[in-house]
Design a protein around this ligand. Sequence first.
Ligand code: ZN
Length: 361
Amino acid sequence: MENYRRREFIKLLGAGGVLSLLKTGKASAGGVNAVIELPPLPFQESLITGREKGGRVLIVGGIHGNEPGAYKAAEILRHLKVKKGELLIAPRTNFVSILTNRRGYNGDMNRKFAHISKKDPDYPKVKKLKELIKNYKPDLLLTLHDGFGFHSVNPKAWGQCIVIDEEVYKGIELGKAAKTVSKRVNALIDRKKWKIPVFNTHTFRKNTKHPEQRKSLTYFCLKECSVPAICLEVSKQLPDLYHKVKFHILMIREFFKLHGVETEPSIDTVLKNLNEFLEPRVSYSTQLLINGRKVEVSSDKTFKLPKGSSVKFLSFRGTEGTNAITEDVNANLRKVGIRKRISFDVKDDFKKLFTVRFVVG
Ligand SMILES: [Zn+2]
C-alpha cells in the first residue's frame, strides 16, 4: 500500500474510524456517518471443455492492470466455445489494478509468485492463481502482457515479443514452440518494428541479466509445478487497443494449433470480426440498496444521505469488466465508512462510464 493513500484514508475517516466501523458494521462508530459497501472483486475463471480431446491451455490475463490488450484478449476467448481441447481462462487476475488502470495498485503482482506476505492485498488473488495452476496442471500456460516499446528494434524493451525463461528447462521445451509461433506470426507482419521475436531471459542461469524474473509467474510454473509457461507481450505503444488484442490473438492462435485446441467460432473468425468482439453492445447500470430501498443508476448521480445511512452496490449490468471503484480512499477496501462525501466510478475495465456520489447531511 502506498503511504500517501493510507494518509488520505485516515484523514477522511478520522483516526480509528475505519477499525471501529469494520468491527461493528454500524454507521455511527468513530465519526462515521454512512457506510458504503461494494461486492468483493471476483477472481474470474472459466473452464471451457471441447467434445474432442486436445491440449489443455491456461490463459492468464490482467496481472498488470494497465495492459488492456492482455486482459481484453483473454476476455474475448472466454466467450468462445471449445470444439477440441480445453481452455481455462483467468482474464482479470488483478481486477483492482484494472479498474484503477495501474500496473500494480499494490505493487508489481508479477514479482509476488516466489513470496508474498499474507498482509498483501494481492495475497488472495496470487494464492488463488497458484492453486489453479497446481490443481489444473495445464499442458501450457500463456500469460498475457502489454509491454513497453518494441523488442525487435530495442532488445531491452519488453513490448512485441514472446518471453521464455530458458530454451529447455528440465525437459520442458519452450524455445521450439516459441520460435515456431514467432516465425508464423511474423510472416503476417510487414513493419519491422511490430515483429514479434523470441526473448530468452535465461532466468535459471546463475549469471542471468534478469534475476527479478525468478519472482514471476512463468518461473513459478516451471520451477514449482513443472508446467510449461510462456509470456506473450504486445506493445503498449501500438496505435490502439484493436492492434494490441489482434497481436495477442495471432500468437494464441498459433499456440492453439500446436496444442490441438480448436474454438467455435474459430480464431480466424474472431480476428475477422475483432471490432465487434471489442465493442459489445450492452447497456450499463448498477443496482444500489440505499437504506433498504433499491435504486437503479445508469448515469452520473449524487445522493444526499442522512446520518447513519447504509448503502450497498448490489450488482452491475454490462460486461464482466463492469464494476465500481473509488480512489477517494484505498481502492482495495470494499466497505468504507465516510464522514462527509465519497464518489465511486462505475467502469467497464479502464473505461469510466458514470460517477455515483454520496454526500452526508
Ligand atoms: Zn505486464
